[in-house]
Ligand binder design. Sequence first.
Ligand SMILES: [Zn+2]
Length: 97
Amino acid sequence: MEKLFKKQNLLNHDMSMLTALTLHDLLVERLDIFCWCNNCGHNNVIETKEIINKLGQNYPVPKIGYKLRCGICNNTNNISTRPNWPNHNGQLTRHMS
Ligand SMILES: [Zn+2]
């Protein structure tokens, strides 16, 4: 069984709703993983299947970043991850730059 997240983390984290998501959920939804480096801004999309091969399908999506390393600056502890939501999802707010 996977461990539950600490309640404080849930309350303090902007992406608390995502803590329930596991790699298995992404596989079912056919979503890949968008990750970005908070250190240098580098970002990338990783195939969910690839990550499952390494971490297992019960791994929580927001924690994937702890297992990643930025290819640009070698940062390993400041990488964020989220599902790579499709752009045509009407629930996303569109903002012009
Ligand atoms: Zn970086």
